[in-house]
Each structure stands twice: as C-alpha cells, then as structure tokens.
Design a protein around this ligand. Structure first.
Ligand SMILES: [Zn+2]
Length: 458
C-alpha cells in the first residue's frame, strides 16, 4: 500500500462526487487533482489492467461505443471512459474512481480507453495496452495541434511505448497505415474495399503526397477525404491488404447501413445501427479490435446493430413532430462527411449549424471556408431550411450565402430555446451540427426543455 496513491485516489473520488452533487459533469478536474498529488498515479492504478485504446482524429467516440458493446456482449468485465474524458487527466480520473479505494487495484481486468490523439503519447506511457486502434488522421482545425504530420509523429511516439500491443490500423488512410513501417508491433489492417458514395466526392485531400517520397498518390478509388485505394507510382508505397475489410455496401439510408465484412476471408453480414459512410469505417475498426482481442466474431458483428451511439454522434432526440439528430463536428473532414450524408438524403431535411469559437472549439473559424457547403445547393427543395446559431452564427450565415444557398432559406437564431422551437415546429427530420461547446450548451438546453437525461448520467 502506498499512502500517496491512496490519498490521490481518495481525493479524486471525493472531487468527482462533489462535482456531481453540485450538478456538474466535470471530467478533468478530479484527475488533475490526483495527478498533482501523485504524478505517476495512472501507472499505479492501471497496473495489471488489460487496456484497449482507441485514438485518431475522427470517429473515436463512435468506435469506442461499438467496441464497448462488443466487449459487453462477449461477457468481459471492464470499464470505459465517457463524456469526452479523453485527456491524461480524464483517463486518470476514470481509472482512479474504478479502483478500490485503498490499494489502488482496479476492480476490472479490462479497460476501454478513448484517447485524444494529442494526449495518446502521455497516456500510453502508463497503461498496458494490448490493442490500439487508430481510426484515421485528418487535418484538424487550423489552431489545434498543428499539422496532420505532427499528429502522426505523436501517435508514433505513443506506440513506441507499447511494443507488445496489437495495432489495428486503417489501411485506407495512407498516414495511419504508414505507422506499421517502423513499429515492431503485430499489425491488423482494416479498410473498405469499395467506394461508399455513388458519386466521387470533391474534397480537399489532407494527404495527397506519398508519406515516404512526397510524390503524388494515384487512387484506384476514393471512399472519402484522403481515404481509399492509394498507391505511389514513384516508390511503390501502397494501401496494404486489410485482414478485416468491408467488401460490399449493400444499403445505406438515414437510419443504418448494411454491409458485408470479411474477417480473414470469412464474410459476415453486418447491420450498422448508425447512418453515414464514416460509420461504416467505425464498424470496420470495431470488428478489427474484436479480432485483435480474440472476441467471438459473430457476437462482435451482432453488437454493431445494437450499440448506443455516443453523446453528439448522430444522437437522436424525438421532439415535437420531428426527430432531431445531433452530429458533433470539429474539422473540415468531419463536416464534409455530414454534408455527404445529407446530400444523399431521399426525403426533405432541415439543417442547423451551431458555430462557437471558444478554446475547445478552436478559436479560428476560418476552416468553414474549407468545407464544401456548396454541395447543399444540389439538394434543391429537399433542403427545407438552414438555421445558424452559436457565437459565430453570422460568419456561418455568410458562408452559406457565399455557397449559393438561397437567402430565404437561411435563418439566424442565436437563442437556443427559440431555435429549438422553430426547427421542431415542422415534420422534416432535423440535423444539428454543433461545434463542441455549442453542443454542450445546446444539449443542456434540450435536457432541461424536453427532459432528456444530462450527458454525464449516461
Ligand atoms: Zn512514394
């Protein structure tokens, strides 16, 4: 028994209980307190816990929820971090509160940790990860973490702390796949063997040049962003063949996708309980994680049809005459995916964007000019209206105006209460795309106004 460890755990649990009592969902503060008392607390409380880490720029929350369901359905005893507690302090707090009070021994043999891509190199120093899933690497907002290559380097450093972990890497992402080059780890690639969308999406690629020799890639097909069947005609670097692959997209609508997933050549029919092409990738990465963990594959595939989506990841609220779906966005790639999804809608939709520029959102909102909002014009009458809200609502309205959206369709409403009244007073499904802090404010408003549970209760 170590007194310092015990005290740190006790203080962490106490702070968290106090914050909850005050009705606050604070996820980082209790962990910061514990780290202050005992800087290597995470290494102590995570000792002997088999950890699965999910990292990458987009899709890690949804992937984590899918893996969570798969682990539960396979009967594993584990805990996981939620509610955006994916920095060192948040992860520390999760381990501390899930450990027995005095000895610092964890109550669970397994843990599933979603790790912020920048925090991964710190977290990986202290935990014994058996599996690491890297979803993808997209350029984040301009003022967050710098260039995508910098993020790649950070993830490589993190992986160097975990030579015994099996890496589940996105074969279709030239940056992620390149991680395998210098790593001694066992690698399991996952990917999508076929285009997802009918028409090729015009997007700015975040990684057009070969990661080895800087020559421009040739693509046999593109799924979205810079993901797809790339190869370098100069040095020969190319998409590796994935062991876990989506071989066919059978259907994809506003509620779900049905795909065939091959695992080591054996095909499974999977119903993915969330719409959108990027969720097909998330499902595929979950299947890879399941294989790396040695879970029963039919059970893993079945889990994809039953898991509950994460906070703000296509989260659905039935309100008034309609249903509202909330889709958190934090970078141009994620935003373009939402637009791909909307522009493939078969019925009318109402679109809402809530743009904030606080620290957690990224203070520079110029990224909205990199997003292909122009494609909404092709939707014609299927796009019934666009509402804009948030601190930078006027910037967003201006962006839509320049995209060529008819002015009579663009509505600015900065009051969230009035916004919700207006968008739910009609029948078309509502898709709200908020930035992070806008989502917290909006989610709070929805909880209070319509009686949905607060997010930290989930
Ligand atoms: Zn090359």
């Amino acid at each position: 028994m170590n007194l310092r460890t015990s005290f740190a755990i006790l203080m962490c649990k106490w702070c968290r209980a106090l914050l909850r009592k005050l009705g606050r969902g604070g996820t980082d503060f209790p962990g910061k307190v514990a780290l202050k008392i005992c800087p290597d607390i995470l290494g102590r409380v995570a000792k002997n816990v088999k950890v699965v880490i999910v990292t990458g720029t987009n899709g890690k929350t949804t992937t984590s929820r899918m893996v969570e369901q798969a682990m539960r359905d396979n009967g594993l005893s584990f805990f996981c971090n939620k509610s955006g507690a994916n920095l060192l302090s948040g992860v520390t707090a999760e381990f501390a509160v899930n450990s027995s009070t005095w000895s610092g021994t964890c109550k669970y043999p397994y843990a599933l940790i979603e790790s912020d891509e920048a925090a991964f190199k710190a977290i990986s120093k202290y935990v014994d990860a058996k599996v690491v899933v890297v979803t993808n690497l997209f350029r984040d907002q301009l003022d967050r973490y710098g260039e995508v290559s910098h993020t790649l380097e950070n993830i490589k450093i993190g992986i160097s702390h975990l030579p015994q972990a099996t890496l589940c890497l996105n074969a279709d992402d030239s940056l992620v796949a390149s991680i395998a080059q210098d790593a001694p780890n066992q690698v399991l690639y996952f990917g999508v063997n076929t285009p997802i969308y009918k028409e090729r999406v015009k997007e700015v690629s975040d990684a057009p040049y070969c990661v080895r020799c800087k020559h421009r890639y040739v693509y046999d097909y593109v799924t979205y962003g810079h993901l797809g069947g790339y190869r370098c005609p100069n040095c020969g670097y190319h998409r590796p063949t994935p062991q876990v692959a989506v071989t066919e997209v059978i259907s994809s609508d506003a509620e779900q996708s049905v795909v065939n997933i091959a695992v080591d050549g054996k095909e499974y029919r999977a119903v993915i309980n969330l719409p959108g092409g990027y969720n097909i990738y998330n499902a595929c990465s979950c299947a890879a994680a399941g294989k790396a963990m040695g879970l029963d594959m039919p059970t893993v595939i079945e889990s994809l049809s039953t898991f509950e989506c994460g906070f703000g990841r296509m989260e659905k609220f039935p309100i008034g005459k309609t249903s509202v779906r909330m889709i958190l966005v934090k970078n141009p790639a994620g935003c373009n995916q939402v637009l791909n999804f909307l522009s493939n809608a078969s019925g009318p939709v109402l679109f809402t964007v809530c743009l904030n520029d606080r620290d957690a959102d990224g203070t520079d909102v110029s990224w909205i000019w990199d997003v292909d909002f122009e494609k909404l014009c092709d939707m014609g009458d299927l796009l019934t209206a666009i509402y804009v809200s948030g601190v930078r609502a006027d910037d967003m309205a201006l962006r839509f105006k320049y995209a060529g959206i008819p002015l009579e369709k663009i509505h600015v409403e900065k009051d969230y209460g009035k916004l919700m009244d207006e968008v739910t007073d009609q029948e078309a499904p509502v898709y709200i795309m908020p930035t992070y802090t806008a989502m917290l404010d909006l989610r709070d408003k929805i909880s209070k106004k319509y009686g949905f549970e607060e997010f930290w209760e989930k």
